[in-house]
Design a binder for this molecule. Structure first.
Ligand SMILES: [Fe+2]
Length: 365
C-alpha cells in the first residue's frame, strides 16, 4: 500500500486503509474501489491523501496506535470537552469549585492516556509515519491525539519510563485544556487577531494549569506541560518567558510535537506543509524555539517518509523509500521506479551519494 495525494489517485484504485471521520464513523472501507464521487467526498471532508493498494510497494504502513483506539480517543476527547464546555459556560463559579462532571471527564481522558502508552509500548518497531491522514472536522481532538502519540514515541526515544510516559500523555491530551476558558469568537476568529485578543489567547496555558492543579489525576509532569508548552528556548515564549534551562523537559517534548502536527495539518487559513518542509522548519528553529537535542531525537523516531512510501524526486523520477537514514532523514536510500510500456524495474539510489537530488513530495499514481 502507499499514501497518495487524493487529486492524483486514479479511479478504480482500491482503498488500503479504512478512512474514518472525526467521530469514528467509517467514511470509506478498506478494499473499496475509488471513483470520482468518493474522492470528491474525501476532499470535502478535508482528506488530502489516502492509502491505496498498489503494485510497487508491498510494505504495510501501520499506524503506531490501533485505528480503534485512535477513534475511541477522539470520541472520548470530543464528548468530554463538550461536557466541560457546557459546565464552564453555565457557571461563572467553575473556577473555585470542584466539579464532578469535569473530574469525571478528566479521569476518562487520563485512562485513554494510559491505554495509549500500553498500546505504543507493545509495538516492536516504533517509527511513526508522519504522513498521517487527517480530516478537517474535529481537528482539535485529532490534533491532541496526534500530539500525545508523537510525545509518547519521542519520550520512549528519550528513555523515559512508563509512569513518565503516562503523565506526558495526559499533559499532551490536555495541553490546550485552558482554551475552554477563552471565548469562542476569539479562538475561531478567521482574520488577524488584535493585540488584546492575542493576549487573551496567550492566557490559555495558565488558565488550564490553574484550573487543573487541584485535580488529583494530574501530576506535576502533566501540569508542567499544560503551563509551559508555549515557552521557547530563547525565552521569548509565553506565559512566563522562561529561558531554556527553566522550561520543563516534558513541556519541550510536547512543544515540538505540537508545532510539528500543527504545521503538517491543513487549516482553514493555510495548506499543510509537507513533512520535509516541517522538519526543515523545526531544524531551523533550534536554539530559538526548541532544543537541538530534542529535535534530533524527534527525527530519529518520527520519520517524514517511512519505508514503503512512494515519493517524487526533484529529477521528476518516482521512487520508493527503501532504507531510512537516521542521521539525515531527508536522505534515505530509495528504489527509483523505471517503467517502460511492458516492465517495471527498480534502481537503488542512496540520496546521501546524490546531494543534487531531493525528495519533493509524495508521488501520485
Ligand atoms: Fe497551546
Amino acid at each position: 500500500m502507499r499514501l497518495v495525494p487524493v487529486n492524483s489517485i486514479k479511479e478504480g484504485s482500491l482503498l488500503a486503509k479504512t478512512l474514518y471521520n472525526g467521530s469514528g464513523i467509517p467514511l470509506l472501507r478498506e478494499g473499496h474501489p475509488l471513483n470520482k464521487k468518493l474522492l470528491d467526498r474525501a476532499v470535502s471532508n478535508g482528506v488530502h491523501s489516502l492509502y491505496i493498494h498498489d503494485e510497487y510497494s508491498k510494505e504495510i504502513i501501520e499506524d503506531v496506535i490501533s485505528p480503534d483506539l485512535r477513534q475511541k480517543a477522539i470520541q472520548t476527547l470530543k464528548n468530554n470537552f463538550t461536557d466541560i464546555h457546557r459546565v464552564v459556560k453555565s457557571s461563572s463559579k467553575y473556577k473555585n469549585k470542584k466539579n464532578n462532571k469535569i473530574d469525571s471527564a478528566i479521569s476518562k481522558i487520563t485512562y485513554i492516556a494510559k491505554e495509549f502508552v500500553d498500546n505504543i509500548l507493545s509495538q516492536d518497531d516504533l517509527i511513526i509515519n508522519l504522513v498521517d491522514i487527517k480530516t478537517m472536522d474535529d481537528y482539535t481532538y485529532q490534533h491532541c491525539v496526534n500530539v500525545a502519540v508523537l510525545s509518547i514515541v519521542l519520550g520512549i526515544e528519550l528513555n523515559y519510563d512508563r509512569k513518565v510516559l503516562e503523565s506526558m500523555a495526559i499533559g499532551a491530551l490536555l495541553h490546550d485544556f485552558g482554551k475552554v476558558f477563552i471565548p469562542k469568537e476569539i479562538l475561531l476568529k478567521p482574520g488577524k487577531l488584535t493585540e488584546s485578543e492575542m493576549e487573551a489567547i496567550q492566557k490559555h496555558p495558565y488558565l488550564g494549569y490553574d484550573y487543573l492543579k487541584s485535580n488529583l489525576q494530574i501530576n506535576h509532569i502533566a501540569l508542567s506541560i499544560i503551563l509551559e508548552h508555549h515557552e521557547k528556548s530563547n525565552g521569548s515564549g509565553y506565559p512566563n518567558k522562561l529561558s531554556s534551562n527553566r522550561i520543563s523537559p516534558y513541556a519541550k517534548v510536547v512543544s515540538v510535537c505540537d508545532v510539528y502536527d500543527a504545521l503538517t495539518s491543513n487549516r482553514p487559513y493555510r495548506e499543510a506543509m509537507s513533512p520535509n518542509e516541517a522538519i526543515e522548519l523545526l531544524m531551523g528553529s533550534c536554539g530559538q524555539d526548541f532544543d537541538l537535542s530534542i529535535v534530533k531525537s524527534f527525527i530519529r523516531r518520527i520519520v517524514p517518509y517511512p519505508i514503503g512510501t512512494m515519493v517524487e524526486l526533484s529529477n521528476r523520477q518516482r521512487a520508493i523509500i527503501k532504507e531510512l537514514n537516521p542521521e539525515y532523514v531527508l536522505r534515505p536510500v530509495v528504489d527509483v521506479v523505471i517503467e517502460d510500456e511492458e516492465t517495471i524495474s527498480f534502481k537503488k539510489l542512496d540520496l546521501m551519494d546524490h546531494m543534487n537530488v531531493v525528495i519533493k513530495h509524495l508521488a501520485g499514481n
